[in-house]
Design a protein around this ligand. Sequence first.
Ligand SMILES: [Zn+2]
Length: 400
Amino acid sequence: MSSLLVDGIGELVTNEPGGESGPLGIRRDVALLVEDGRVAWVGPSRDAPAADRRLDAQGAAVLPGFVDSHAHLVFAGDRAAEFAARMAGQPYTGGGIRTTVGATRAAGDDELRATVRRLRDEALRQGTTTMEIKSGYGLTVTDEARSLRIAAEVSEETTFLGAHVVPAEYADRPDDYVGLVCGPMLAAAAPHARWIDVFCERGAFDVDHARAILACGQAVGLGVRVHANQLGPGPGVQLGVELGAASVDHCTHLTDADVDALASSRYDCMCADSLHTTTVATLLPGAEFSTRSPYPDARRLLDAGVTVALATDCNPGSSYTSSMPFCVALAVREMRMTPAEAVWAATAGGARALRRDDIGRLGVGARADLIVLDAPSHLHLAYRPGVPLIRQVLRNGVLQ
Ligand SMILES: [Zn+2]
């Protein structure tokens, strides 16, 4: 059994009870022992046990690895020209998804696999130690199943998004496409997926189709997530709460009833700040940045008691970033989150959105997924935007 002692820590973000006030459970003058890929001990530096190896953080901040709970990595091609057109004034409609579907279907497995791994590695270098990956650019039985198979090679958090858009060949018969998604496509996808997701939005899937698809997924044991209320107000958020979704994602256009529905899913989780919502609101500011759209109002959700996560939405159309530090900086600057709230949302919040209690925190028993910043405090993630601040990353206790 090999052990590693992390010491010289300037500030340890634990997301656990017992630290300084605020959501991050910050502790100082502590060391952390890793054994067998898990956190085995956290305590005062002077009491640190002996270990086989030592990692000296040299006064830097140590945080849980980022948990990116929303990403679309299985695709081919890019849409840089579409981005340029948007920046020249064209609105985002979501229609470009079909462009990527065509390129993805035409690509070989190795090409898709190389893209997934390249983006996964890019995210890891920026401190992301858990990354959810969706299908949704295949939209045939074969292409959705292979997308998830390839995603599952690098992540245990895989999501079947056959209901991303109605593909062109079904444009005039969406009911038939919903039948395909709930039938043979789900059967082929489910063995490789933990979650099911639907893009519930005007131009994608209406509430009845979305409810039917999510219910089919639930019936075969998949957890529910929803793309909701991104482009305008709609029923997606309330549908997600109704179905007990782990997360409703985007939440850019919310009515008071949507916020109330999310807040009403509060429960006592017996954790640090004791109350959380069953359905997390996952905000994806990279999408608003890349589509030049108004940002979601995180403050309104937080003040209502809703649990908030931050994720990248990494995809070639509306948010081609894999950087959680970038999302933290956007959330602080544009969404009225404090730096502590944003860092919590990018770590513990993401873990809650994936219903995981072994990641997103640094307490005894947690997976030893952690990052050492090139900075003395978590504040620098928002204070120094665009700067490569991730000095070291440990995943399962292994230096990457
Ligand atoms: Zn998305």
